[in-house]
Design a protein around this ligand. Structure first.
Ligand SMILES: [Zn+2]
Ligand SMILES: [Zn+2]
Length: 253
């Protein structure tokens, strides 16, 4: 993946920023984070078995871009944390990496860690078994987005899930909730809106979760991570229907 993945994602986010003015601010923030993540990925690519400490030099640039491009409260938090000692950041990253802290998705702790751990996770998690589980077979985190694509050898579209942390993709049945395993089609509503015909909301009436989907057969140029983040009206719609999101994106949505 790698070099082209970052470039493609940045270009796509820039394209969406022009297409969707209502999402311009979060997409600009996303581009700034993605640019930093590309630097992290490039810096660590040549390192054998990189340790979490290798992320510490990127904390200051992260705080600086959050102050510049982040939403108000997060930017203030970045200013407050400027003097934090390295040991505090090391402890925060370690706790997030091992999953010891959690349940505060969307908080500043979560965002700062997620921004740095995503490119790290891409490099250090090993390929796992392609199990049909709702959690990532590489790192165990929940999926960020559902990706539909044509597969020449089969007659329908194939669904893969894309991990919210390490970016791995794995095959998953079309009509199963990744959060709770519900399989009854009547309990798994699908929604889409006219403005974004290649995207949809996949909900579950059992556990109340939803995940957005990107259909690459309808929009081959889509980057699932960028498109997922930019399609804000779908999040508003899903929330109005009473669903909550399975995993948040870098805009905290
Ligand atoms: Zn993963
Ligand atoms: Zn469910």
């Amino acid at each position: 993946m790698k070099t082209e993945l970052w470039q493609r994602r940045l270009c796509r986010a820039e394209h969406l920023e022009a297409l969707w003015p209502c999402a311009a601010a979060p997409l600009r923030f996303f581009r700034a984070i993605t640019t930093l993540q590309r630097q992290v990925h490039q810096a660590l690519s040549g390192v054998v078995a990189p340790q979490l400490e290798a992320l510490l030099p990127f904390v200051a640039p992260l705080l600086s871009l959050v102050r510049r491009e982040g939403p108000g409260p997060l930017a203030e938090e970045a200013t407050r944390r400027q003097g934090w000692p390295e040991a505090a950041w090391a402890a925060l990253l370690a706790a997030r990496w091992t999953g010891a802290s959690g349940d505060d998705e969307g908080s500043p702790d979560w965002l700062f860690s997620q921004a740095l751990l995503q490119p790290y996770a891409m490099l250090i998690t090993a390929e796992g078994a392609a199990a049909a589980t709702g959690c990532c077979p590489r790192c165990g985190r929940p999926p960020l987005v559902s990706v539909l694509s044509e597969e020449r050898s089969s007659d329908g579209r194939v669904r893969t899930l894309l991990c919210s942390l390490c970016g791995a993709q794995w095959r998953f049945p079309r009509a199963v909730c990744p959060a709770c395993g519900q399989q009854q089609p009547g309990r798994l509503p699908r929604f889409c809106i006219e403005e974004v015909p290649w995207m949809g909301v996949e909900g579950c009436e059992d556990c109340g979760c939803y995940i957005k989907s990107v259909d690459l057969s309808r929009e081959p140029d889509a980057d699932p991570v960028a498109d997922e983040l930019g399609a804000l009206p779908l999040d508003v719609f899903a929330a109005e229907q009473g669903f909550h999101k399975l995993a948040l994106n870098l805009a905290g949505l």
